[in-house]
Design a binder for this molecule. Structure first.
Ligand SMILES: Cc1ncc(COP(=O)(O)O)c(C=O)c1O
Length: 405
């Protein structure tokens, strides 16, 4: 029995002890309490060893009840055998990729994924002898042609950022496995409600829970999901890297995820309505959204995801020869919008937009950006759960104000 209080001790000792342990354990609370503790006290060495054996709680960096709760929830939503919760999507991506590669290995990565993921592979792992080739994963022949004897990981996203491209995950998994490699997929844009990369053959899924999964723009977390064996390797690395999710963010993310299905389906249907309206607008050059029948990825996306194509879409507004004219129209459009807000995030319940050249791909030169199809006239929308008509009318009105004659 852990000692908490002794009337023989002085006030300044007992003030540290009184109420330190639950004397009436609140069994089965309706909402999981937040366990903001760096450690869980142990009785003695035998107890400690028992906890190590059972994977019980000792020190926060190894395990914490809120993090376990989040991992259990994500394991279920993404359909994996096991999962760990990380301090951000980037923490999940870097922990997974470092755990799965070593010096001399080769990573084959997709060219239009989240820019910072490719930065980890090239700029960080590159310094430690891991080589990365960045190619177009929607072209399977190109993928096959770039496989090397030392290729260990193929890496892509369910819906790519910001061009909303869709790669054939089952075919990529088959190519990876036929060549002794694994497929890792980032499912941030879709979540387990709309896509299950593991069921399509991916070996590991990584996800930024910060975005659609939590959906409330108030916590930064991520997760790695997969087989027990692979997740165990990632957990061992997480403990030494310290890439674990903190208890409060884990708790917030669990809370947000309880309503994830309601949100992401509404976000996807709002995104489709907005994409269809924008496609008809005379002021829009193009709309990148796989839910549109005219989109080159539509058929594959339908096969992989069913009737929901996610809440992200990208539009290209008219380009002007004169930079000042282009910028002033662009800014007028942004300032006229009443519902969508400019924010350096995505996936929240409110519609937001960002400008990829100065967010996800800010690290690339203009030439590098144009080479992967990211132009200066692009805006990326993350669609929220607002009334569909309100949202569509607001965006069409702002286009008219900024670009109308
Ligand atoms: C597709 C994708 N993956 C990963 C991340 C990184 O997530 P986080 O900001 O939680 O580290 C982002 C961030 O926007 C993203 O868009």
């Amino acid at each position: 029995m852990l000692h908490a209080f002794d009337p023989d001790f002085a006030f300044e000792t007992n003030i540290l002890e009184a109420g330190a342990y639950f004397t009436h354990p609140g069994k089965d609370p309706e909402a999981l309490p937040i366990h903001m503790s760096t450690a869980h006290n142990v009785e003695d060495v035998a107890d400690l060893l028992e906890r190590y054996k059972d994977g019980d709680y000792c020190y926060n960096r190894n395990r914490n009840p809120n993090r376990t709760a989040l991992a259990e929830l994500v394991k279920y939503t993404e359909g994996g055998e096991d999962a760990i919760a990380c301090s951000s999507g980037m923490a999940a991506i870097s922990t997974a990729i470092i755990a799965m590669t070593k010096a001399g290995d080769h990573i084959l990565s997709d060219k239009t994924i989240y820019g910072e993921s490719n930065e980890v592979f090239t700029d960080i792992l590159g310094k430690y002898g891991v080589e990365t080739s960045i190619i177009d994963f929607t072209n399977l022949d190109e993928v096959k042609a770039h496989i090397k004897p030392n290729t260990k990981v193929l890496y892509t996203e369910t819906v790519s950022n910001p061009l909303c491209g869709v790669a054939d995950l089952k075919a990529l998994a088959d190519i990876a496995h036929a060549n002794g490699a694994m497929l890792i997929v980032d499912n941030t844009f879709m979540t387990g409600c709309l896509a299950k990369p593991l069921s399509m053959g991916a070996d590991l899924e990584v996800i930024s829970l910060t975005k659609f999964a939590n959906g409330h723009s108030d916590a930064v977390t991520g997760a790695i999901i997969g087989s027990k064996e692979l997740v165990k390797k990632c957990h061992a690395l997480q403990v030494v890297l310290g890439s674990q999710a903190d208890p409060f963010s884990s708790w917030l993310t669990c809370r947000g995820m309880r309503t994830m299905e309601l949100r992401v389906k509404k976000q996807a249907s709002n995104a489709l309505a907005l994409a269809e309206a924008l496609e008809k607008s005379p002021y829009v050059k193009s709309v990148h959204y796989a839910g549109l029948k005219s989109n080159p990825f539509h058929e594959l996306a339908h096969k992989q995801f069913g009737d929901y194509y996610g809440g992200m879409l990208t539009v290209e507004l008219p380009e002007e020869d004169d930079y000042d004219v282009a910028t002033s129209k662009f800014n007028k459009f942004m300032r006229t919008l009443k519902i969508p807000h400019y924010a350096m995030t995505l996936g929240g319940y409110r519609t937001t937009f960002s400008y990829p050249p100065h967010s996800s791909h800010d690290n690339l030169t203009k030439e590098q950006r144009y080479a992967i199809g990211i132009t200066d006239s692009m805006l990326r929308f993350s669609v929220g759960i607002e009334n569909t008509e309100d949202l569509v009318n607001d965006v069409l009105n702002a286009l008219e104000v900024a670009y109308g004659k």
